[in-house]
Design a protein around this ligand. Structure first.
Ligand code: NAD
Length: 310
């Protein structure tokens, strides 16, 4: 397998690149560092890193021609500014189209897309089944749906993972790094009154290994733990694991119109088809994550939510 990871300096992309290279696969990473880090993935003879954008068709085509990927993990996505619709459309729709077109030209054996569960919008049914209609409400999720729909009509052998919140080493988005950073700095925290479904990276990667072979089943799958918790639970666990006594009580706010009260996915299809089940519970996963932050620190964090930007 020769695996191209777009967005490979980001959280999911760099962890996948590290694991795939460690397992002996040749990996190429393409990233424009919008939210990625220069120190990711870890240096490896098996990983070549290209600084460039999926929006740049010439750059994408040249990388495909030189690296000749058999597999593509398309993890590049823009989301950090909810008002920058143009950037979201460019990276998430046009960029995805460029990667799909090059994959068709090179007869890529397997294409993996990482969709956000936010694309379901306010769900009519909870837990949300994978055949639930999509109703994206934000620039990020609307543009991610554009990419997903182009992939669906591409004729490629693809798997589309609608992801809950995956977390692990190099998680720099969402409540976990934000609470860690603020509690360590003695700052008060803001909690949005919502529920989320968290999946630890090791569980996610076990599934990735199962679905990477071209003969594995394809199509759309919800990928999640199947159990949700409140963001306040995440805060309380962070306090407990750090063993701190915050000076200020956290401020708890209702979600704004760009956020969803609940995002509990039904992962039964992926569990049945792949015989996969998450094994890391939230407290154990957060202990691992916080140990990683203690060793490596947390730099700049990103969010697509307005409420969490203050
Ligand atoms: N982590 C999750 O829980 C989660 C949940 C749902 C969906 N996803 C999807 O998974 C993928 C990876 O997300 P992540 O959590 O690792 O976020 P991330 O921000 O860490 O990674 C995204 C990467 O894409 C890069 N990027 C952005 N625009 C680019 C462009 N035009 N060209 C090349 N690279 C570009 C960024 O610099 C970054 O390194 C994304 O497609 C995201 O939509 C992630």
């Amino acid at each position: 397998m020769r695996i191209l990871v777009t967005g490979g300096a980001g959280f999911l992309g760099s962890n996948m690149a590290d694991r795939l290279a460690a397992a002996g696969r040749e990996v190429a990473v393409l990233d424009n560092y919008a939210t990625g880090r220069r120190d990711a993935p870890s240096p490896s003879e098996r990983i070549q890193v290209v600084d460039g954008s999926v929006v740049d068709k010439a750059c994408v085509d040249a990388l495909f021609d030189s690296f000749r990927p058999t597999h593509v993990l398309h993890a590049a996505a823009a989301y950090k500014d909810p008002d920058d619709w143009g950037e979201d459309v460019l990276s998430n729709v046009l960029g995805t189209v460029n990667v799909i077109r090059a994959s068709q030209r090179h007869e890529v054996e397997r294409f993996v897309y990482f969709q956000t569960a936010l694309s379901y919008g306010a769900a009519r049914q909870v837990p949300i089944p994978v055949d639930h209609p999509l109703h994206p409400l934000t620039s990020y999720s609307i543009s991610k749906c554009g990419g997903e729909r182009y992939l669906a009509m591409s004729g490629l052998n693809y798997v589309n993972l609608r992801l809950a919140n995956v977390y692990g080493p190099r998680s720099y988005t969402g409540p976990m790094p934000a609470f860690y950073k603020r509690l360590k700095g003695g700052q008060p925290c803001l909690i949005v009154r919502t529920r989320r479904d968290f999946l630890e990276f090791d569980d996610f990667m076990r599934l990735m290994e199962m679905l990477l072979p071209s003969e594995a089943p394809g199509g759309d799958f919800n990928v999640s733990s199947g159990e949700d918790c409140t963001i306040e639970d995440v805060y309380r666990l962070t306090v407990k694991i750090l063993g701190v006594t915050p000076a200020d009580e956290p401020k708890i706010v209702d979600p704004l119109e760009d956020d969803l009260n609940s995002l509990l996915l039904d992962p039964s299809k992926v569990q049945e088809v792949f015989g996969w089940k998450p094994e890391v519970d939230l407290e154990a996963g957060m202990r691992k994550l916080i140990a990683w932050y203690e060793e490596n620190g947390v730099g700049e964090t990103f969010t697509h939510l307005r409420a969490a930007k203050d």
